[in-house]
Design a protein around this ligand. Structure first.
Ligand code: TXA
Ligand code: MG
Length: 366
């Protein structure tokens, strides 16, 4: 199929946004598929009220259709068409945190097809803050179902080139709009019970939600290291191996000194065993030390790719770089990747959640 591409500047004036986004918005209204930027990751959108449009998303991504989609809205008016029985607490959280990188799980409106919600009676809804996403949705006049715009099983796309790599020829439109600010998918928060429950950690943290709601739990299922492929997960997306680069990923948590020593020894061992290329993702400070060590030990730099996820004090930067680095290691044909893990606090929850999945649970505390 023919894919149309358009580049739009995030800070383009209002009229220009409207002119540029009118054709893809029309395509959404007519039941087509449009990939677009959001502040978290790029999304692949289709009209959430059309079963045939939604089916096109599953087809383009190669995604199992029991994995429900997030429905994106541009204003609170749109909420009434898709969700019912919204609690006061949910309203309070929405007012405080929308538009932004958080998705609320609510009771589904009967008019929304269970195709969108993977058979569930609940629906996940997000109002993104990205000006292009908001304008596109508003112009289409429809609630837009949009999972991350990657092929199923690949890391989520944080740049338009990732979307082009994965979905060119599989979707009607790709709207380019720069790099995603957050780089990790939204926090998914179930607000159908009396205490809000995080089903997927993201940029909006448990601590922030507690400040507004007084309490917030994290679904115990997402705290475990391994991936549960049996039974019914609360957030069905959690049971699939996600965010996975093609290389084998091993995550290590420890002090900077321990990490440097471990990554050096592991790399040496892998190369001795005949592995062709080793990738390393570490904090900026450790990258410098590791490169020096490899140089003094006369390692062949064609066989090692050492990349910085950011400085140790900046986990927001780590979150922003994570998926991009994982995709980069694949493009460089790394066979094994050693990754610096972090403590599960604040945004560290979200980073470790994605890393555990990329590593298929291979996480070691040194
Ligand atoms: O940041 C994001 O959320 C991005 C951008 C494009 O908005 N979207 C995204 O969508 O990450 P997706 O489809 O890749 O992830 C949706 C997650 C899955 O883990 C899914 O299981 C969960 O939300 N989800 C969707 N509907 C749900 C529901 N009714 N109850 C519980 N979890 C739900
Ligand atoms: Mg996804």
């Amino acid at each position: 199929m023919t894919t149309h591409l358009i580049s739009v500047h995030v800070h383009a004036p209002e009229e220009q946004l409207t002119t540029n986004l009118t054709p893809p918005a029309k395509c959404l209204r007519e039941g087509g598929t449009v990939a677009f930027p959001t502040e978290t990751v790029y999304g692949l959108g289709a009209d959430a009220t059309s079963i045939s449009a939604v089916q096109k998303i599953y087809k383009a991504k190669g995604r199992p259709s029991d994995n429900p989609l997030i429905v994106h809205i541009a204003s609170l008016d749109m909420l009434e068409e898709i969700a019912i029985s919204i609690s006061d607490l949910a309203h309070e959280l929405m007012h405080a945190l929308w538009p932004g990188p958080i998705t609320f799980v609510l009771h589904k409106h009967p008019s929304i097809s269970s195709q969108v919600t993977g058979g569930l009676e609940t629906i996940a809804v997000r109002m993104p803050s990205h000006p292009i996403a908001l304008k596109l949705i508003a112009l289409s006049g429809r609630p837009i179902a949009a999972p991350s715009a990657n092929l199923s099983g690949k890391p989520s796309p944080t740049q338009s080139k990732d979307v082009i790599d994965d979905l060119w020829g599989r979707v009607d439109w790709i709207v380019e709009g720069g790099d995603a600010e957050v780089g990790l998918e939204s926090t998914v928060l179930d607000v159908t019970g009396s205490v809000p429950m995080i089903l997927r950690p993201g940029k909006v943290t448990q601590e922030e939600i507690i400040k507004i709601a007084g309490a917030c739990e994290i679904d115990p299922a997402i705290m475990g290291a391994s991936i549960d492929t049996s039974g019914i997960a609360k957030s069905p997306g959690m049971k699939y191996r996600h965010y996975a680069p093609e290389a084998e990923v091993h995550v290590y948590i420890g002090s900077n000194t321990e990490i440097v020593k471990t990554f050096f020894d592991l790399t040496q061992k892998q190369l001795e065993m005949g592995v062709k290329k080793v990738g390393i993702m570490a904090f900026e400070e450790d990258v410098c030390v590791l490169n020096q060590l490899f140089r003094s030990a006369n390692f062949n730099f064609d066989q090692i790719e050492v990349r910085a996820c950011g400085p140790s004090g900046d986990l927001v930067m780590y979150g922003k770089n994570l998926f991009n680095l994982l995709r980069g290691f694949d493009a460089l044909n790394c066979d094994v990747i050693f990754v610096r893990g972090v403590d599960e606090y604040g945004i560290g929850h979200a980073i470790m959640n994605r890393l555990k999945k990329a590593a298929d649970g291979k996480v070691t505390r040194i």
